[in-house]
Ligand binder design. Structure first.
Ligand SMILES: *Cc1c(COP(=O)(O)O)cnc(C)c1O
Length: 370
């Protein structure tokens, strides 16, 4: 087993599902996005554990991500959040993915693929109420809904939208989200009045779950909160990080004052000290921007990353007489509040925790803990 591993704490995933459940009540469904390998955590293991703990829906970004879940025997509804290419549509249908559609051409192509595969296809209509990414204009929704509703191969099973700024408590952002919710609920009412059942109406991401009780509707799609990072730190849900990136010290040496460490000699020891080398680097997804800025937890204490992070290694300054030994465990980020979380790393280098866990590369084995 490699020293560097990503421990996946399923206990924390279950805790986070319970925390979200407590916020949304018993009648609202949860759709867990497991796109990008479940934000780096391992899609199949996360999906299985979440489904076993009552999560009703899953979401992916690509057809191959959906196929991976089906190949693993997961049979829950799976939303496909991105638009698929024409050559991917037969696979989309045969894997029973639920696409989100927002224009006539895509709807027609989906219908044709369903006919080719000889299988009916459930789909959701995606409306752009302010995200500006994918979705039809609210004015176009009724006509597209009719098109789907009248197609013998297609089943209109949901109406959805997405929030760009629901993770903010700023009054202007909250008003923007409120308007989006107003648009989607009004559309659902219009469809019902026209005799079209909108199916599941859903909008909220993690931010919406926290800041916008009116946005919960029939289903929520929280990703980052279920992976254990507060979407709105000022209004915590009490979630716990699921991923813990650990390694072990593979080399310790005494360094004299003035001796340089790592590429570019950006750091030289200010006094005699001990330097430990960790077998983890940016090739594992421990970002090079953490050079001289990261902190690593060893035996209950934090030690600074000194010098540049290399592809396969980085160095920490233990100071003189730390008592830390060869092969001791080091934690790069995780749920232990004594050390850093992925959110702390993100804050330090100017990004978001989503990216920090997504970075953890294929080379790092995921070790799933019950
Ligand atoms: C990724 C994604 C989500 C989840 O967002 P979080 O901020 O992680 O809660 C929800 N909906 C859509 C459409 C997404 O692409």
């Amino acid at each position: 087993m490699r020293a560097t591993r990503a421990l996946i704490h399923l206990q924390n995933l279950r805790h986070n599902i319970d925390a979200v459940r407590g916020k949304i009540g018993p009648s609202c469904r949860i759709c867990l996005p497991v796109k990008a390998n479940a934000y780096g955590h391992g899609a199949v293991d996360i999906a299985r554990a979440a489904v076993d703990h009552g999560v009703e829906y899953l979401a992916v970004a690509t057809v191959s991500e959906g196929a991976q879940l089906r190949d693993a025997g997961i049979d829950k509804p799976v939303l496909l959040l991105n638009q698929a290419l024409p050559e991917e549509l037969d696979g989309l249908v045969s894997n029973r993915l639920i696409p989100v559609a927002a224009d006539r051409d895509y709807i027609a192509a989906l219908s044709a693929a369903a006919a080719r595969v000889d299988q009916d296809l459930a789909l959701h209509l995606k409306v752009d109420t302010g995200m500006g990414r994918i979705g039809c204009a609210p004015e176009a929704a009724l006509e597209l809904a009719r098109l789907i509703d009248q197609d013998p191969r297609l089943r209109f099973s949901g109406l959805c939208t997405h929030f760009p700024s629901a993770d903010s408590l700023d009054p202007e952002d909250r008003e923007f989200t409120r308007k989006q919710v107003g648009l989607i609920t009004k559309l659902a009412d219009t469809l019902r009045a026209e005799g079209i059942s909108p199916g599941l109406v859903h909008a909220a991401n993690s931010g919406g779950v926290v800041t916008s009780p009116e946005s919960l509707l029939d289903m929520v799609r929280p990703g980052i909160a279920l992976y254990g990072y507060e979407p709105v730190p000022e209004a915590p849900l009490g979630v716990r990080p699921v991923m813990e990136l650990v390694t072990r010290i593979v080399f310790i040496k005494k360094v004299r004052a003035g001796q340089p460490v790592s590429y570019g000699r950006t750091w030289t020891a200010p006094h005699d000290t001990e330097i430990a080398t960790l077998p983890v680097g940016y090739g594992d997804g421990y970002n090079r921007l953490l050079s001289g800025r990261g902190e690593v937890l060893v035996n209950g204490r934090r030690y600074p990353v000194v010098g540049r992070v290399c592809m396969d290694m980085c160095m920490i300054d233990l100071g003189p007489g730390s008592g830390i030994g060869l092969h001791d465990q080091a934690v790069l980020f995780g749920p232990d509040p004594a050390g850093w979380s992925a959110a702390d790393i993100a804050a330090r280098i100017g990004t978001i925790p989503y990216e920090v866990t997504c970075w953890i590369s294929q080379r790092v084995p995921r070790e799933v803990l019950p």
